[in-house]
Design a binder for this molecule. Sequence first.
Ligand SMILES: O=C(O)C(=O)C[C@]1(C(=O)O)C=C[C@@H](O)C=C1
Length: 291
Amino acid sequence: MSHKIAFLGPKATFTDLAVSRLFPNELKMPKATIPDCIDAVQEGEADIAVVPIENALEGSVNITIDYLIHEVQLPIQGEVITPIQQHFMVHPDQAVAGFKPETIYSHPHAIAQCHKFLHKEWKGIPCEEVTSTAAAAKMVSEQPERKIAAIANELAAEEYGLTIVQHNVHDYSYNHTKFIVVSKESVDYKGHVTVNRGWKTTLMVMLPADHSGALHQVLSAFAWRKLNLSKIESRPMKTGLGNYFFIIDVEMALDEVLIPGTISELEALGCKVSILGSYPSFAVETAVKMG
Ligand SMILES: O=C(O)C(=O)C[C@]1(C(=O)O)C=C[C@@H](O)C=C1
């Protein structure tokens, strides 16, 4: 039976491209926002959600982290890292010499990945944030009479019939985004066309209040066990200024000794710890194009 995969739509977002690589033969279900994707899994409408969590230029996608911590607790069952290439595109009717956009539309992360380009080429032109890069491309395609542009990927230009005026407008050549796979059940990755980068375990750690040196002690619990951390990030608890939790990625699968031992040590320090997932990590090496 085919799985239903909720993803940040509409068709031809970067998330759509990531889904096509990881789950080429499953049924795709576009959703308007990241919380909608996660809700679809929680409510049983979809089996799996694929949502962006971190970009190499712009950092974390906070809504993904916050929604999984504060609203809907679903385990992370995988991650995939894909290259991101942003292009500047317009409706073919507007692709004429001397075109100057009145407004440029895209997803906030995409706009942030192209700040230098926007500052240099289109200083003073307002950028408006929409729910995804493909939503921006779709909008531009539906309003041929307006002098507007979108920043999106090549597939979105094809899908919505736009003309790419400038390719690769992201500010740094190493531009990759990490997407996570969220599901109630463990996920079978047979058939993926990606490189397996090993396993990871993601923990959420809340430090005890007013405990001097707590973060140092937390990190030592990993350090003396020689557990390699690939990410540590703090996010507000949303209970008061200065109250934060930490998301920690450990570069190994959940075992029976080292990670449980670390968690016991952290709990003995007064921390609250939960395991957000233990999962395989994949990478797509070349810019993705759907076949
Ligand atoms: O708008 C899209 O195409 C998305 O898939 C979202 C998103 C993001 O949230 O970071 C994904 C990858 C890129 O970094 C830009 C935008």
